[in-house]
Design a protein around this ligand. Structure first.
Ligand SMILES: N=C(N)NCCCC(=O)O
Ligand SMILES: [Zn+2]
Ligand SMILES: [Zn+2]
Length: 322
């Protein structure tokens, strides 16, 4: 059987215009249409953990809309991700917007169910709070995972207004809970003002290395990707991408924008340089379409999710062949 016949791919945009019909990620089938998937793209419309502008609850659907223009062959990774594995849109994990603790539990349970089917998750946020329950679930399956965290922010702060689960705190909680492999933790794209120098000391103590946005500019995407790849090795890897890792010129539609960020080209190139890593699941979070213009942010996010999906599909196909 040819790969094309084996997996159900996107709607053919040369036959049905790409702007027709309801949006799924990359015009892929829904999970309930294919039964099970190797990669499940799921939305988490939750933004009750934000410290500034709200609106990331609408991010997943904005990314789906912007992803209508994605095409099936990815030349940068020389792969047709939707022919190498079954990728499907699993819809949204519906969570309580008025109770953060309950929402975190619901996300973890839904992720357990999806990962239990053998799927890898490509999650579309939502604010960054959602990374914690997703990591909990991934660690139940794989043990403590390596983490690459693309973000302007550290997100290793302790609490906000006494709250433990917020979009500025998921990775401190994750280290405390022992679900991350502290030999392989990196922030990428970090920049902007902090509360104090202690933020950096605390972050380092938790085990994180930092590649700042200026480092990416000075050293270039290839060198940064090489260094990250060496640190990660063949550990199970989770990639969490806060779209505010990009400069506001490349991602205005987000809740806590910081000047001086990476370009979308730099982000995509670093991800392509990680294509040999054992990516077990990933998220793209913090897209807040109300502050976007001309879908700049959601287009960047859709291409980011496409590269991540391609990495996962290539590995699934390689594992199948081994
Ligand atoms: N995770 C994101 N996007 N932002 C965290 C910012 C936390 C703060 O307001 O200091
Ligand atoms: Zn951020
Ligand atoms: Zn963040």
């Amino acid at each position: 059987m040819s790969e094309q016949q084996q997996f159900r791919g996107p709607v053919d945009s040369s036959r049905i215009p790409r702007y027709a019909g309801p949006a799924t990620f990359a015009r892929l089938p829904r999970l309930d249409e294919v039964g099970t998937a190797d990669v499940a793209v799921v939305g988490v419309p939750f933004d009750s953990g934000v410290s500034y502008r709200p609106g990331a609850r609408f991010g997943g659907n904005a990314i789906r809309e912007a992803s209508r223009l994605l095409r099936p062959y990815n030349p940068a990774q020389d792969a047709s991700p939707f022919a190498l594995a079954q990728v499907a849109d699993g819809g949204d994990i519906a969570v309580n917007p008025f109770n953060i603790n309950e929402a975190v539990e619901t996300i973890e349970a839904a992720a357990d169910e999806l990962l239990g089917t053998g799927a890898r998750m490509m999650t579309l946020g939502g604010d960054h709070t959602i990374a914690l329950p997703l990591l909990r679930s991934v660690a139940k399956k794989h043990g403590p995972v390596a983490l690459l965290h693309f973000d302007a922010h550290l997100d290793t702060w302790d609490t906000y207004f006494g709250a433990e689960y917020t979009h500025g705190t998921p990775f401190r909680r994750a280290v405390e809970e022992g679900i991350l492999d502290t030999e392989a933790l990196s922030h990428v794209g970090t920049r902007g003002p902090l509360y104090g120098k202690q933020d950096l000391t605390d972050d380092e103590k938790l085990g994180f290395g930092i590649v700042t946005s200026a480092d990416v500019y000075r050293r270039g995407a290839d060198e940064v990707a090489d260094q990250l790849r060496q640190r990660i090795g063949d550990r199970p890897l989770y990639i969490s991408i806060d779209i505010d890792c990009l400069d506001p010129a490349h991602a205005p539609g987000t809740g806590t924008p910081e000047a001086g960020g990476m370009t979308s080209r730099e982000l995509l190139e670093i991800l392509r340089g990680l294509s040999s890593c054992n990516l077990v699941s990933a998220d793209v979070v913090e897209v807040a379409p109300a502050y976007d213009h001309a879908e700049i942010t959601s287009v960047a996010a859709s291409h980011t999710a496409y590269e991540l999906t391609t990495i996962m599909s290539r590995q699934i196909a390689a594992a199948r062949q081994a």
